[in-house]
Design a protein around this ligand. Structure first.
Ligand SMILES: O=P(O)(O)OC[C@H]1O[C@H](O[C@H]2O[C@H](CO)[C@@H](O)[C@H](O)[C@H]2O)[C@H](O)[C@@H](O)[C@@H]1O
Ligand SMILES: O=c1ccn([C@@H]2O[C@H](COP(=O)(O)OP(=O)(O)O)[C@@H](O)[C@H]2O)c(=O)[nH]1
Ligand SMILES: [Mg+2]
Length: 734
């Protein structure tokens, strides 16, 4: 039976060795807590790190560690201390984490930690590959494992791979600073489906792919040469019932509240003070220090709330080997001390601060006892605590104040949404929260709860998995039209048997790959020899049919007496003959159109005009991709209006707009060429929109082939120009 393989840096359980016995505790953090229910309910395994390094596990306990992990449907990845230093504390948490959360000043670019990241991703890949069986689906999680999808895809192209990023994907301007940006993007593109919490993260990712790798991106699909990668947003939910049911139980047994006991013991004798809750891992992205300062500002701005409120702050220890986290710990300790010192009275402590992690029951205690939750991350992928707080408000009372920088804010507009850098706004929101009428609290929470209940973690995982399975369908369509070995054999059989054969070959993007300067794309010696050999075979005609001008084509192929068709069919050089115009064409329109194109060149850096006898082309392949597309569509509109009365057409090519007589195209050229001649083998190959005309206009028995994975009227496609060379070699050898 096929299964789902979940992979994340950390397993949902963390192992410790205490006095030669192995203890397992649940992992803290949104990913582990959120995916737990998905794992439990699916017939799957979870691959990840146990929290113990190889050095920490005595030889006689090794089997037991594996055993303890397997018992929980998990498979351990064995990592050394050095791995954890370089991969986890290093590249993951000193490079990617700060960079992706826009903390550029904390970001380190160290080659050694990058290398460790590569090595550890390979270690994960090995374990995954050992555990994959046919038909399995793989779901990789988070920023620690961004190279993993490509490592798996390389060995197992048959397996569907999903990737979900739990943290923000930063804007291109930030992401581009990463020295290993290409490797990271290519690693991610090993996936069939890539998911983000919000549309903004998705948008930033797509923009980086199109700018850095220059892959074709359309809407939410990235076209690679042999596959399509789908990208979408799936805001992660929580196990709603687990939290609401635990809260209901807790409410029923109110006397169990630890917080309540603390009040009863008169540690603090202002039992009526409203409790303001904050819970996070101690992480600079969570804005904890700012939150305390904003709370101080609130007490100063509205002194009437002294002794009437209390900030209950739980900070869970996290990544404490990273210097920035140690500094933050010190800063928070000092701030709490200073503010308690400044405002406390005999009967009131303004901040109750806990630096540890709490078991589930205590979390529920905090959630249900506090009237307000104040969550002010500077950046946060999602923030599940916000959702958990709302889910535990069984009587629908309580107010959530949430930073607009948390992914969760996009779905929780009924909360009081604040900018975490605006103390004025935070202070006012606190006042509004404390004074909010119950009816309004209930109204807001009603909406929030309804949404959280529906979009729970199960739905999130199901949506993701359903989309992942749909990508398998897309892959099937791709497979159906890629030329198979048996179809290729059949084509060469027909070729061999045929007594009159013709091959139409497009030039750029087909015989030769694209280069930045089109003049540099001359044919190499091998190509010239191949074409010559095919041309010299009996009863065989080779036609190079291109949009290029006749001088360039003529110079490049002057020593090979094949037929050349230039400018999409305007000019033709027959075997052994001279160039001649095929049609009676006008070019007086060019003087009107040229200045318009020049204007667009001036406004769009990297673009240029190519001038031919009967056409003008505006190339934008070196322009900024977004700007290029935008200007292309502007220019196309301008030109279409202008050309309507002039029998001019605008050809939308691969990063080029070409304006020419609308009656001229490659389809007409091939039709004219084969007219009245009885070819028993017809072949056409090309990569561009302009080649579609020949695919459409050739008779049905022609072998038509598209280079690259694009929508096409051709019967088959091949991946790239290397595969075209392979085909030419086979023609030459037939
Ligand atoms: O494993 P750690 O280094 O101890 O860190 C804990 C986890 O923190 C991050 O959580 C993120 O995922 C949450 C759920 O999607 C999201 O709500 C939150 O905003 C993120 O920060 C991290 O992404 C995980 O990989 C860590 O395990
Ligand atoms: O002592 C604690 C404090 C928090 N959490 C859980 O840790 C997760 C934190 O996830 P969030 O998305 O808010 O932030 P992250 O830590 O993943 O960045 C939540 O599910 C909390 O319930 C926990 O298990 N024990
Ligand atoms: Mg081409």
């Amino acid at each position: 039976m096929s299964k789902t393989i979940i992979i994340s840096n950390r397993l949902p359980l963390q192992l410790q060795i205490d006095n030669k016995t192995i203890k397992a505790t649940p992992s803290v953090g949104g990913l582990a807590t959120g995916m737990k229910s998905v794992h439990r309910d699916s017939n799957g395994i979870w691959i990840g790190w146990t929290g113990l390094t190889e050095e920490e596990i005595p030889a006689d306990l090794r089997d037991e560690v594996v055993e303890a992990t397997i018992q929980e449907q998990c498979v351990p990845v064995s990592l050394t201390e050095e791995d954890i230093d370089g991969f986890y504390y290093g590249f993951s948490n000193r490079t990617i984490w700060p960079l992706f959360h826009y903390f550029m000043e904390y970001t380190e670019f160290e080659k050694e930690s990058w290398q460790s990241y590569v090595t550890v991703n390979q270690k994960y890949a090995e374990v995954v590959l050992d555990n994959i069986e046919e038909g399995d689906t793989v779901w990789v999680h988070d920023y620690q494992l961004m190279l993993l999808p490509a490592l798996i895809k390389k060995e197992r192209p048959d397996v569907q791979i999903g990737f979900f990023l739990h943290i923000p994907f930063p804007s291109y301007e930030v992401f581009r600073t990463l020295p290993w940006r290409e490797e990271i993007l290519k690693g991610l593109l090993g996936s069939d489906l890539i998911g983000f919490h919000t549309y903004d993260y998705q948008r930033h990712f797509l923009s980086s792919v199109s700018r850095i790798l220059r892959n074709e991106v359309s809407f939410n699909e990235i076209t690679l040469k042999d596959r399509i990668v789908t990208v979408n947003s799936y805001p992660m939910g929580i196990d709603y019932n687990k939290f609401s049911e635990a809260a209901a139980k807790h409410d029923a047994a109110k006397n169990q509240s630890e917080l309540q006991r603390r009040l009863d013991l008169h540690i603090d004798s202002t039992p009526d003070a409203k409790m303001i809750l904050s819970i996070d891992r101690l992480d600079y992205s969570k804005g904890i220090a700012n939150r305390i300062r904003a709370y101080e500002y609130f007490l100063e701005k509205y002194p009437e709330f002294k002794e009437k409120v209390r900030l209950v702050m739980l900070a869970v220890p996290s990544r404490s080997n990273v210097p920035q986290y140690q500094l933050l710990k010190k800063e928070v300790d000092e701030l709490v001390g200073r503010i308690n010192g400044k405002f406390a009275s005999v009967s009131w402590t303004p901040i109750w601060y806990f630096y540890r992690s709490m078991p589930f029951e205590n979390l529920i205690d905090l959630y249900t006892t506090c009237e307000v939750a104040l969550l002010t991350p500077i950046r946060d992928g999602m923030n599940l605590v916000a959702k958990e707080y709302v889910a535990t408000r069984t009587d629908k009372k309580g107010v959530l104040i949430l930073s607009e920088m948390a992914g969760a804010a996009q779905e929780m507009s009924e909360a009081l949404i604040i900018n975490p850098n605006n103390f004025e706004e935070i202070a006012d929101a606190l006042k509004q929260a404390i004074e909010m009428p119950e009816a309004e609290q209930i109204k807001r929470n009603k909406f929030l709860q309804k949404r959280l209940k529906r979009y729970n973690v199960e739905k999130w995982a199901n949506d993701f998995m359903t989309s992942l399975r749909d990508t398998a369908h897309k892959a099937d369509i791709v497979k159906a039209i890629r030329m198979r070995a048996d179809q290729e054999d059949e084509m060469f059989e027909t070729y061999k048997k045929a007594d009159k054969r013709i091959l139409f070959l497009d030039y750029d993007g087909t015989l030769r790959g694209f280069v930045n300067n089109p003049e540099d794309a001359s044919p190499d010696d091998d190509l010239i020899e191949l074409v010559r050999t095919i041309h010299n075979q009996d009863n065989t005609e080779v036609v190079i049919i291109s949009g290029r001008d006749r001088h360039t084509l003529g110079t490049w192929w002057q020593d090979v007496p094949i037929t050349l068709i230039a400018e999409h069919g305007v000019w033709k050089r027959p075997v052994g003959g001279e160039w001649a115009v095929t049609e009676n064409l006008k070019n007086d329109w060019m003087d009107t159109v040229r200045p318009i194109l020049e204007q667009f060149v001036d406004r769009t850096a990297g673009t240029f005009i190519e001038e031919k006898n009967y056409s003008l082309a505006w190339h934008y392949r070196n322009a900024d991709p977004d700007l290029g597309e935008k200007r292309a569509s502007e220019l196309s509109n301008v030109l279409k209006e202008l050309s309507a009365n002039n029998e001019l057409g605008v050809l939308d090519g691969n990063k080029v707009l070409e304006i020419k007589d609308s009656t001229i195209h490659k389809g007409k050229a091939v039709t004219k060429h084969i007219f009245g001649k009885d070819y028993s083998f017809k072949f056409a190959i090309g990569d561009d929109w302009t080649d579609e005309y020949m695919f459409q206009d050739l008779p049905d028995d022609a072998f038509t082939i598209k280079v690259g994975l694009q929508k096409t009227a051709a019967k088959y496609y091949v991946d790239d120009t290397d595969r075209v060379r392979d085909l030419l070699k086979k023609f030459a050898a037939s």
